[in-house]
Design a protein around this ligand. Structure first.
Ligand code: ADP
Ligand code: ZN
Length: 210
């Protein structure tokens, strides 16, 4: 199954994507994680993306489209994949269609802006492996320490409150129109993000198995 997760920054699509990835044993591809890894490693892609990410802006379409093209060509994507954070613009969705890749379902996780701003302030990410946590909703076993690799958890620089507002603005302008794009092809399923992560997981599974 080829699945797209849509939703505002901080709506919890990454958490849901990871859950579905384990449950169905298909890889979750997060453009955000790929770009952050590139940044950390100082690759040309990382250098290109840096200023955009830090300002809460989208990285140019051609850069992320290139990243996705390469990633989806890898063997582990052959039996299905989950896209977390791609597409984020209409041209990105069109590029995906032009790659000849068929999408089975698009799950849109809806969370009101006010709840997002509140959530983002508690978001923490592992400095070394990129796993994400939340001080209230997804606590690590030991405060400030990654469950996977034991490294320190930090606040992502683009989770600063001003940057979050900018990212929400960009989401409404650039990404939200994708709902209509995928509704037209009958692939869109809207899931209301719940206070409890597990409740959202149950709704997502229901949507996928419907
Ligand atoms: P979130 O879902 O919380 O916004 P991501 O980790 O998905 O976080 O993305 C972080 C940043 O990476 C975005 O704000 C943007 O700058 C860049 N990015 C990720 N995916 C894309 C994409 N598909 N198109 C353009 N920029 C992207
Ligand atoms: Zn880690």
């Amino acid at each position: 199954m080829n699945i797209i997760f849509l939703g505002a920054p901080g709506a919890g699509k990454g958490t849901q994507a990871e859950y579905v990835s384990e449950k169905y044993a298909i890889p979750s591809v997060s453009t955000g994680n790929i770009i952050r890894a590139a940044l950390k490693n100082g690759t040309p892609t990382g250098l290109q993306a840096k200023a955009y990410i830090e300002a809460g802006q989208l990285v140019p379409d051609e850069v992320v489209i290139g990243i996705i093209k390469e990633r989806l060509a890898e063997d582990d994507c052959a039996n299905g994949f989950i896209l977390d954070g791609f597409p984020r613009t209409i041209p990105q969705a069109e590029a995906l269609d032009n790659m000849g890749i068929s999408i089975d379902k698009v799950i849109d996780i809806e969370v009101p802006d006010a709840a997002i701003v509140k959530r983002m302030s508690g978001r923490r990410v592992c400095k070394s492996c990129g796993a994400s946590y939340h001080t209230e909703y997804k606590k690590p076993a030991q405060e400030g320490v990654c469950n996977n690799c034991g490294s320190e958890l930090v606040i992502r620089s683009d989770d600063a409150p001003e940057t979050v507002l900018e990212r929400l603005k960009v989401y409404h302008a650039e990404t939200e129109p994708l709902k209509e794009y995928y509704a037209k092809s009958g692939k869109l399923v809207i899931v209301e993000g719940q206070e409890e992560v597990n409740d959202t997981k149950a709704l997502v599974v229901k949507a996928l198995e419907a």
